[in-house]
Design a protein around this ligand. Structure first.
Ligand code: ADP
Ligand code: MG
Length: 403
């Protein structure tokens, strides 16, 4: 019998004992072992455990309620999903995710590689740091994890097994509500933004019927388009960076959904960093963000065009014209979901620090308008975004219009 044979919410005092039980072969120096809680997310408990022998591990543990609201219950199965997804992503994109040492479906916890030598990308970008390798890393990561888990490449029965394994109704429901509905109707009275934009948000979001119809379609697409095994929450708080390394983590929202949801999330979150760069009047940084947006899209397209014939196994995917049709659809979704991410992080309940840390209220209001206008352009004109430059130009246009 072990104290960890039945689920309970562990706290810091349990973690060393738990680590020793789950990772007995790590050659721990028991005397010097220490643990701290380092979680900063909305959902889980994250502990770092280390010793004087140079060992360290991250233990991530799912509670039964969200940390942002104990009213919001969500299945602890998300920890299994996250662990299994990281193991799968590791096979498609080696070295680009933390390695999983174990996962435990009883305690809903896993042990993973400690990436403390990296920085959380959101904070690094808020400090205006530049990462020249990032565009290539993330574009290749997305190409490899997305296209290779789609029906273009995967044997269809094996793919459907994954669809089944990673069905995630509760996590998807969070996205369906917080991203693909509430920003547009404030149905749960959780939206917030600067007071001076009240009329603007009413006019541009709540009363724009054309926009809301497009978002309704996007919600249904999100709920039904089992296209690829997506990360599901690929924002800059789910990415660690160093100058020579990029690591994607926190895939607990993963499921079979539209590829453009992931790509669009990356683009939108770079635009939040752009807004922060404008606040700091850092032109070099802002230019690098636009260059990075351009490169991510163009490298993805290039990988796609170079590799499609080589890796496609489905005969009907090789029919003339299909390759172009399928890419157009991915890019259209990318623009659209970049738009919904821009909106939900600006007016919805789960905000981003890039925006909320802007202290001057006029500047923050301006950045909100930029995000909202850029998002609308992406959603309402989603078929027009066929290369990286188009995505970047929309940011400049929204910036001019937000003045
Ligand atoms: P949540 O699911 O609650 O959002 P995250 O997986 O985002 O949790 O982790 C919360 C924080 O814990 C991260 O922002 C990061 O600072 C830290 N963290 C998570 N995983 C690791 C890791 N493998 N190595 C180092 N730090 C980590
Ligand atoms: Mg997180």
């Amino acid at each position: 019998m072990s104290k960890f044979d039945k689920y309970f919410l562990m706290n810091i005092d349990d973690i060393i004992e738990y680590t020793l039980e789950k990772l007995p072969n790590m050659n721990w120096d028991k005397e010097s072992m220490k643990a701290v809680e380092i979680g900063d997310g909305n959902l889980n408990y994250v502990f770092k455990v280390w010793d004087n022998n140079g060992n360290s591990v991250i233990i991530k543990h799912a509670g039964e309620a969200l940390r942002i609201s104990d009213q919001m219950k969500v299945s602890t199965d998300r920890n299994r999903i996250e662990s299994e997804i990281l193991l799968i992503e590791e096979t498609y994109a080696k070295g680009m995710v933390p390695h999983i040492y174990f996962y435990d479906t009883v305690m809903s916890a896993c042990g993973m590689e400690d990436l403390s030598d990296h920085k959380l990308m959101r904070y690094a970008l808020m400090e205006q740091e530049i990462f020249p390798k990032f565009a290539k890393d993330i574009a290749e990561f997305m190409f490899n994890t997305l296209l290779k888990t789609s029906d273009v490449v995967m044997e269809h029965k094996a793919k459907k097994e994954l669809v089944k394994k990673f069905i995630s109704p509760e996590l998807c429901e969070i996205t369906e509500n917080l991203v693909l509905m509430e920003p547009y109707n404030d149905i749960n009275k959780q939206n917030s933004f600067t007071k001076q934009n009240e009329e603007f948000v009413k006019r541009e979001l709540y009363e724009d019927e054309e926009l809301i119809l497009e978002v309704a379609k996007l919600k249904f697409e999100f709920m039904t388009k089992a296209q690829a095994l997506i990360h599901g929450d690929l924002h800059t708080g789910s990415i660690f960076v160093k100058q020579d390394s990029t690591k994607v983590f926190d895939p607990e929202f993963a499921f079979y959904g539209p590829m453009g949801y992931d790509i669009g999330n990356v683009i939108a979150n770079l635009i939040f960093a752009y807004g922060k760069g404008l606040e700091k009047e850092n032109n070099e940084f802002c230019d690098w963000i636009l260059k990075t947006i351009t490169e991510i899209i163009d490298i993805f397209i290039n990988e796609y065009n170079e590799n499609f014939e080589k890796i496609a196994t489905e005969p009907m995917a090789k029919v003339k014209g299909f390759k172009e049709y399928y890419l157009d659809d991915i890019l259209k979704d990318t623009a659209s979901y970049a738009g919904t991410e821009l909106h939900r992080r600006t007016v919805g309940m789960a905000k981003v620090k890039d925006l909320t840390s802007i202290e001057n209220e006029d500047t923050r209001a301006f950045t909100e308008r930029l995000n909202i206008l850029c998002g609308k352009d992406y959603i309402l004109n989603s078929s027009n975004f066929k290369n990286g430059v188009a995505f970047a130009k929309a940011v400049l246009k929204a910036r001019a219009d937000a003045e």
